[in-house]
Design a protein around this ligand. Structure first.
Ligand code: SAH
Length: 268
C-alpha cells in the first residue's frame, strides 16, 4: 500500500447516474457532475445526463463498450482516475444506477484508497428500483413480499472468482419460504439456466417481469411466469440492459397481463 500523499490536490467522486432518465439524478450527483473537470463515464450512463449537466470544456472519457474499444480494462480506468486526481483534476467517475450495486464501485474505492486517495460516493437510483416502479409495482408489500434480494445473474468467473456461482436453488427456496422479491441484474443471457434452477424452489406460476431500458423513452417490458421466462424473452426479443423481477408482488400485474387485449404484454 502506498503512503497517502499530502500533495494530492484533486478530488474524486463516484457518482450514480441512475437508470437513464436524467431527471432521476440526485441533487448531489448533478452538483458533482457540474463541478467535474474530468468525467470517466460507463456505457450504461445516458448521454443526455452529460449533455444536461457536464460543464463545457470538461474532459469526458467513455470507458465502456460504446467508448470505442470492447471494454476498457478495470486497471486502466483506475490508473486514469489516480493520475487525473494527482494532476489536480476534479474527477467524477460516473456509473449507471448506483455505484455500489454491481458497479465495481467497491473495487474502485479500495484501489484509490490504496493509492492514498479518498473517494466520495454519491448514490444513484439503481436499475432494479426504477424498473419495478415503472410498472407501478412495489418491491415489498405486507401481503406478498417481506424483503428484496438484488442478485447478479452473471457472477465473476475465471481467476479470483467465487468457488460457487450463485446457488439459485437455495435462493429460490429462501425466496419462497421468506417471501422475498428477487431482482436479477445481468440475467437475460442466462435466463434459461436461471429459470431451470429457480424452478427447484419456486412454483412455475410465480409471476416474473423483465424490464429493458428502465426509465428511458424506449423502455420495454414483459410479464410472464417463471416457467415461461426464457421462451418469452426470446419471443419478445428483450436483451441487455434489462432486469428480471421475480415474485408475488407482481401478481396484480400478471393477472392484468392475462386479460384479453392485454396492452402491457410486451410493454411500451
Ligand atoms: N450499478 C448499476 C448496475 C450495473 S450492472 C445499477 O445500480 O443499476 C448492469 C446491469 O444493470 C444490466 O445488465 C442490467 O441488468 C441493469 N441495468 C442497468 N441499467 C438498466 C436499465 N436502464 N434498465 C434495465 N436494466 C438496467
Amino acid at each position: 500500500m502506498n503512503t497517502p500523499s499530502t500533495l494530492i490536490t484533486g478530488r474524486c467522486t463516484l457518482v450514480g447516474a441512475g437508470p437513464g432518465d436524467p431527471e432521476l439524478l440526485t441533487v448531489k450527483a448533478v452538483k458533482a457532475i457540474q463541478a467535474a473537470t474530468v468525467l470517466l463515464v460507463d456505457d450504461l450512463v445516458n448521454d443526455a445526463v452529460l449533455q444536461a449537466y457536464a460543464r463545457p470544456g470538461a474532459r469526458i472519457v467513455h470507458v465502456g463498450k460504446r467508448g470505442g474499444c470492447k471494454s476498457t480494462p478495470q486497471a486502466f480506468i483506475e490508473r486514469l482516475m489516480i493520475t487525473a486526481v494527482r494532476e489536480g483534476e476534479t474527477v467524477v467517475r460516473l456509473k449507471g444506477g448506483d455505484p455500489f450495486i454491481f458497479g465495481r464501485g467497491g473495487e474502485e474505492v479500495e484501489h484509490l484508497r490504496d493509492a492514498g486517495i479518498e473517494c466520495a460516493v454519491v448514490n444513484g437510483i439503481t436499475a432494479g428500483l426504477a424498473a419495478v416502479t415503472s410498472l407501478g409495482v412495489p418491491l415489498t408489500h405486507r401481503d406478498h413480499a417481506q424483503g428484496v434480494v438484488f442478485v447478479t445473474g452473471h457472477a465473476k468467473t475465471g481467476a479470483g472468482a467465487a468457488e460457487d456461482p450463485t446457488d439459485w436453488r437455495a435462493l429460490a427456496a429462501t425466496a419462497h419460504n421468506a417471501r422475498l422479491t428477487l431482482v436479477i441484474y445481468m440475467g437475460v443471457s442466462g435466463a434459461g439456466h436461471i429459470e431451470r434452477e429457480l424452478l427447484h424452489g419456486l412454483p412455475g406460476d410465480t409471476p416474473v417481469a423483465v424490464v429493458q431500458h428502465a426509465s428511458l423513452p424506449h423502455q420495454r417490458h414483459l410479464v410472464t411466469t417463471l416457467q415461461g421466462l426464457q421462451a418469452r424473452i426470446a419471443e419478445a426479443g428483450l436483451a441487455s440492459p434489462a432486469v428480471i423481477v421475480v415474485g408475488d408482488v407482481l401478481q396484480g400485474l400478471a393477472a392484468a397481463a392475462l386479460q384479453p387485449g392485454d396492452a402491457g404484454r410486451f410493454g411500451t
